[in-house]
Design a protein around this ligand. Sequence first.
Ligand SMILES: Cc1cc2nc3c(=O)[nH]c(=O)nc-3n(C[C@H](O)[C@H](O)[C@H](O)COP(=O)(O)O)c2cc1C
Length: 213
Amino acid sequence: MKKILLSIASVAAVAVTNAQDINLPAPDFSQPSTSTIEALRTRHSVRSFTNKELTNQQLSNLCWAACGQSRDAQHITAPTAMNKQEIRLFVFTKNGAFEYIAKDNKLVKKADGDHRSLIAGGKQFKQDFVMDCPVSLLMVIDFEKFGSQDSHAQMMGCVDAGIVSENINLYCQSVGLATVPRATHDTEGLKALLGLGDKQLPILNNPVGFEKK
Ligand SMILES: Cc1cc2nc3c(=O)[nH]c(=O)nc-3n(C[C@H](O)[C@H](O)[C@H](O)COP(=O)(O)O)c2cc1C
């Protein structure tokens, strides 16, 4: 009897965990947007946000633009050195921290609760406007995926994260969302929260929302 109850409990625990993941709607490739030229001309960093939430459709479109699957299952919207795809994207909201899994178009929950203050900054320097942003996207270099952590790999990881961030910058500008690329965050706090090791490095983030004018 005890054995049966235990196995029911463990099945229930898995169901709860899975229930906390978010299956995103398919990205909308026909959403209204400005031209690339216009996005390049007008892109600017925003540091003042309303607390208006993004819909799951907007979140899906945003994550896809950052590093979603593109022309086939082997490629993503951001080019990466040797197509290593070593940049992992984490999504922070007031409800939790999630990892974006491009192939499944899904957000997998990594932590419950509001951890946006780790994105805002650490003890040395913090930018409080991040707490107003409904979503922050964190780029993490995964050297395990790259296959090396030497100086060349570190340089390529930084370049590849920058490209993901610029995808976000230009996408936001083209659809009326606001963002700013940031290198400020609590690196050690984020690593502990997300269960990252020495071979993963949080490197850049983009808070995303609606500009307070
Ligand atoms: C790698 C990088 C790191 C940055 N880090 C921060 C940051 O921590 N906080 C911030 O407010 N802005 C940050 N910025 C934004 C820059 O300050 C901003 O892009 C620059 O002033 C030019 O303004 P613009 O983006 O409006 O053209 C960063 C930008 C880059 C590219």
